[in-house]
Ligand binder design. Structure first.
Ligand code: PLP
Length: 470
């Protein structure tokens, strides 16, 4: 394909995407296909001869679109958001167009320096501690997901706990990690990958709001120490996936400082709200953390994948992940004046992912971002009030931000039947979880293009369907 052909075909694809967004509400939100249906519609072998973009667009429409669940629909209320936005799509397109591999500063200085600057912007927008900025001892780096961020923190924590103990061979088996019963499963997975035994992961119980109980954390740490074990890592969460709880960030941080445990904070979804000063108090105490991460690819209008991960002391991270083979040696690295982000995470290669974040922040501006987040939280509160006023439904957890956990009073089976019946219509899509053994319905309100009318329609559908099913 020549640049001239790319120009022509590229316009068709941009038109296709714009048409998609103009018509997005006409698709069933949840894909209605059966397992194998999409695969069976595709040829068994790859084409021998070149095919045209027009043919691909035709197949996109006919074969691929039926198998799409429309995460960008304003009628999507499931899980957590995985938002994108037009500026983000454009930023990502430029990144694809440039096709740079920013593994070290020298392989494309802009890929490193834009990332450093944009993550410092974000730190400032969220009033993060100075130590998390690149201008101080720490800095931020883009990871693919919150799962990888937690794993990165775990490995750095393991390094900290064991580096001065090379003559203590059994130490790794004594390391103990602490999370709550509500912490996302990705942290448990990270513990497994980091080689920490299953028996050395403690699930600390939660209070009536599903937040980790620091008194029980402290007690468990003391018990483990007494048993000759070595506490090394604690993860606090801002916005637990099932229960939307916010762990007591400061109280946990104080215990971590006292016990020299690495303190990681996972704010995957709710982290975006910290842009608004009125919600920033949820992370008071973040200055006690060793690392903090959230996903702009959830609520901050930036398409997947984009997790931001900050550390208070970048040397600990770099010393953990840095290995310098001869073929990567270069003058810039040797000056010690540049960041080589390959030393800040697990993989070597990296895309120019900060471009999409740069486009998003510049397009909306800090004020624009705050406006949208506040609007989503207001809509979520409206929804909660409607649920609270209804005699057939109840609010299960008081929503702190934009996720409402609620249920119909008719019991577990009814709630599941209600949800499945509605989702099968394709009009809206929402999901469930279990809290204290009970089925709970979840409405996550934070879609890029959501408006009040979408939330009102969703509530009407839920009420009307419930009446029919009863
Ligand atoms: N942490 C929390 C609190 C989450 O809610 C999620 C996903 O919803 C994750 C981590 C995992 O996110 P990712 O897909 O970026 O790994």
């Amino acid at each position: 394909m020549t640049p001239a052909q790319f120009r022509e075909e590229g316009k068709k694809i941009i038109d296709w995407i714009a048409d998609y967004y103009e018509n997005i509400e006409e698709y069933p939100v949840l894909s209605q296909v059966k397992p194998g249906e999409i695969k069976d519609s595709l040829p068994i072998s790859a084409p021998q001869k070149s095919e045209s973009i027009d043919e691909m667009i035709r197949d996109l429409n006919e074969k691929i679109m039926p198998g799409i669940t429309h995460w960008q629909s304003p009628n999507f209320f499931a899980y957590f958001n995985s938002n994108t936005s037009f500026p983000s799509i454009l930023g990502d397109l430029v990144s694809s167009g440039l096709g740079v591999q920013g593994m070290i500063w020298a392989t494309s200085p802009a890929a490193t320096e834009v990332e450093t600057r944009v993550l410092d912007w974000l730190a400032e927008m969220m009033d993060m501690p100075e130590s998390f900025k690149s201008t101080s001892t720490g800095g931020g780096v883009i990871q693919d997901t919150a799962s990888t961020a937690a794993l990165t923190a775990l490995i750095a924590a393991r390094e900290r706990a064991t580096k001065f103990q090379s003559n203590n061979k059994g130490l790794e088996e004594k390391l103990v990690a602490y999370i709550s019963t509500q912490t996302h499963s990705s942290v448990e997975k990270g513990v497994k990958i980091a080689g920490i035994g299953k028996d050395n992961l403690r699930l600390i119980d939660v209070d009536e709001n599903f937040a980790m109980r620091p008194d029980l954390l402290e007690k468990q740490i003391q018990k483990d120490k007494k048993d000759g074990l070595h506490p090394f890592f604690v993860c606090g969460t801002v916005g637990t996936t099932s229960s939307t709880a916010i762990d007591p960030i400061k109280a946990i941080g104080e215990i971590c400082k006292q016990e020299n445990c690495w303190y990681h904070i996972d704010a995957a979804s709710f982290g975006t709200a910290m842009i608004c000063p009125e919600f920033r108090h949820f992370i008071n105490g973040v200055e006690l953390a060793d690392s903090y991460s959230f996903n702009p690819h959830k609520w901050m209008f930036t398409n997947f994948d984009c997790n931001v991960f900050w550390v208070a002391n970048r040397d600990e991270l770099i010393n953990t992940f840095s290995i310098l083979p001869e073929y990567l040696r270069n003058k810039a690295t040797e000056t010690g004046e540049v960041f080589d982000y390959r030393d800040w995470h697990i993989q070597l290669g990296r895309r120019f992912r900060s471009l999409k974040l740069w486009f998003v922040i510049r397009h909306y501006g800090v004020e624009g971002l705050r406006h949208h987040i506040r609007e989503h939280i207001k809509l979520a509160q409206d929804f909660k009030n409607w649920v609270a006023e209804s005699k057939d439904f109840e609010v299960v957890v008081e929503p702190l931000l934009n996720l409402i956990s609620f249920r119909h009073i008719a019991g577990d089976d009814f709630n599941i039947r209600l949800m499945n019946t509605i989702n099968e219509t394709g009009k809206i899509y929402f999901t469930h979880t279990k809290l204290n053994g009970q089925v709970v319905l979840r409405m996550n309100i934070g879609q890029t293009h959501i408006e009040e009318k979408h939330v009102k329609v969703a509530w009407n559908i839920i009420q009307e369907t419930a009446k029919k099913l009863v």
